[in-house]
Design a protein around this ligand. Structure first.
Ligand code: SF4
Length: 268
């Protein structure tokens, strides 16, 4: 994946067509929205200029602004990529019996991550849910299937990216992870990132964004800009579960994915 030459125009053209596959039959042009929109307003209130896929293709590539880099953001120090583990398999074997927090006692399966250990792009959510706990793989429920469709629209698959969570064990009743749980588990995620060495990170949802960027800034204000997590360009977007509840966010998510693709293409 890393050395594959990228035809940017072809990539965007195909991706635009693929929007249909994630339930979008229209593209949004103009400035991206700022803070997290009220779902009711985003459905019933003033709408941005809309164009169909067909007319967007006819007009050429969507002219959206590049996201700026958040220069003052937290965690901007360079990550040391030295790891005491030779591979993610070795790391998984070392931590899969973890009982550092109470979640370990009640898990069915340890949910480490899935995908290409040499991926350029790593997606990070918050924690396993019931299906993930049962199967031992992240993002396998309805939200996971939507993530697969989003990846397909980007002409990517699970085999080409890496998908993980902040927590490796399921919080009871799918409650938000507690600060102490995230503090115990974050070193494992850092180690995964060291071993995978992704070029880009994409944080899915508020919990992952707050844990990894060490901030309480609302998700809507974390979008539309690049952050850094220990030297790695990091983008924040909605969790696929939020898209299931509020389909109006799909357009914003698609804008985020276009930015991710643009940055990836630039990196080569
Ligand atoms: S959530 Fe993380 S820290 Fe807690 S038991 Fe599971 S692996 Fe260990």
């Amino acid at each position: 994946m890393r050395d594959k030459p990228v035809d940017l125009q072809k990539l965007f053209r195909r991706a635009l067509l693929s929007q249909v596959s994630i339930g979008l039959d229209e593209a949004v042009l103009g400035d991206p929205p700022g803070d997290l929109p009220n779902p009711a307003e985003s459905i019933d209130g003033p709408r941005p200029e809309l164009v169909t896929v067909k007319s967007a293709l006819k007009a050429g590539l969507p002219d959206y602004p590049e996201f700026p880099m958040d220069q003052d953001g937290p965690s901007s120090m360079e990550l040391s990529f030295d790891s005491e583990f030779a591979s993610i398999d070795e790391h998984l074997a070392a931590i899969s019996d973890c009982q550092l927090c109470p979640l370990g006692e009640h898990r069915n399966k340890f949910v480490y991550g899935v995908g290409n250990p040499d991926a350029d792009i790593m997606f990070i959510g918050e924690a396993p849910g019931a299906e993930e706990d049962r199967l031992g793989e992240p993002f396998v429920g309805r939200a996971g299937r939507l993530l697969d469709r989003i990846l397909a629209a980007m002409e990517l698959s699970r085999d080409q990216v890496y998908i993980g969570n902040v927590l490796k064990c399921r919080p009871p009743a799918n409650r938000d992870p507690q600060p102490v749980e995230m503090a115990k588990c974050m070193p494992y995620l850092r180690e995964q990132i060291r071993l995978i060495r992704p070029k880009l990170l994409c944080l899915l949802g508020r919990v992952a964004a707050h844990a990894i960027l060490n901030t309480t800034t609302p998700l809507g204000r974390l979008r539309n800009r690049w952050h850094q997590f220990e030297g790695i360009p990091t983008l924040v977007t909605y969790h696929p579960a939020a898209l299931l509840r509020f389909p109006a966010y799909k357009k914003d998510t698609w804008a985020d994915m276009q930015e991710l693709m643009r940055r990836h293409a630039q990196l080569g």
